[in-house]
Design a protein around this ligand. Structure first.
Ligand SMILES: [Mn+2]
Length: 302
């Protein structure tokens, strides 16, 4: 069975649900990222469900694909689609313990997190793998550069946010200073290289939990990856993260009991080269799932 066939399993009592959020109207750069969710599913066809590094089969997870929310392709703005994404995320959280949303641009993170929070109240934390802080002021509405600031301004404590993979030349000074002033745990790319991803993830998760997070949401903005490996991300840069580090992070986060949901975003399938970025996105999802599967295995063994 390949991973595309596994995703089509349509389990009645799923451990994990997947939701597509085909939006692009809130992107600062004009893109066609609405085209990505179907292309992401097709890319899964290229992978087995077996993770040889971790000796775990993703197919042990029961999965249901909820399909795509109506996107913003036929709308003049993203706002109505954001409302639909909010409602669909809340519904997804009532369907399964774990939710993964595939974008679409990064503006989806704000409605997804708020939808999940409305369905599952409690103390949430946010961990991003992103070259950018996404702390631009949302004065013109939700954009792909605003979700972290919007969530903090809506009440998410800044000290319960961790940002891994911040690029040295990816952010304006005022946005970096705003992020720092909120108490965000910021891990720039050079710190990932110095300390290694395993240590970075362990430290970030223990900090979020020590600061009260009971549930952690992960935002995988694929533009954290070096542009040479992620040509379909409008804002990826040279000198970015290596794919192997993102895979390590995805697996470790999936395996941690505090992590409940995630999104993968900022890929414009129409701009891809030889399916490089789509396969990277699909592999990141599968590594997150192999982490979830490891968790299920430990629970069975206990
Ligand atoms: Mn982002």
């Amino acid at each position: 069975m390949n991973a595309r066939e596994w995703l089509a399993e349509d389990a009645t009592t799923p451990d994990l649900v997947l939701l597509g959020a085909p939006i692009s109207k809130a992107s600062i750069t004009p893109v066609q990222s609405w085209s990505t969710p179907p292309a992401f599913r097709e890319a899964l066809q290229r992978f087995p469900t077996w993770d040889a590094e971790r000796y775990v089969d993703v197919a042990t997870l029961r999965v249901r694909d909820l399909g795509d929310v109506q996107g913003d392709h036929d709308d003049t703005a993203a706002r109505a689609a954001h409302d639909r994404i909010h409602a669909a995320a809340a519904n997804a959280a009532r369907t399964a313990e774990h939710v993964v949303v595939v974008g679409g641009d990064n503006s989806l993170t704000r409605p997804v997190v708020q939808g999940l929070m409305s369905a599952v109240p409690g103390a949430w934390g946010l961990l991003t793998l992103d070259a950018h802080h996404d702390c631009r002021p949302a004065t013109g509405g939700s954009r792909n550069g605003t979700p972290v600031r919007e969530l903090i301004e809506a009440g998410l404590p800044g000290e319960r946010v961790a940002q891994i993979g911040i690029h040295p030349l990816g952010n304006a000074r005022e946005h970096a200073e705003w992020a720092r002033a909120q108490g965000i745990h910021i891990v720039p790319l050079h710190s990932v290289r110095r300390d290694g991803m395993d240590a970075v993830i362990a430290t970030a998760l223990s900090l979020l939990v020590a600061r009260g997070a009971e549930r952690v949401y992960v935002d995988f903005d694929i533009d954290v990856i070096d542009r040479a490996f992620a040509p379909a991300c409008p804002a990826s840069l040279p000198g970015g993260m290596h794919p192997d580090d993102l895979f390590r992070a995805a697996h470790l986060l999936g395996a941690d009991s505090h992590v409940v949901a995630a999104d993968l975003c900022e890929v414009d399938a129409s701009a891809d080269v030889n399916a490089m970025t789509l396969r990277l996105m699909a592999a990141t999802f599968l590594k997150f799932c192999s982490g979830l599967a490891t968790r299920a295995r430990s629970a069975h063994e206990a």
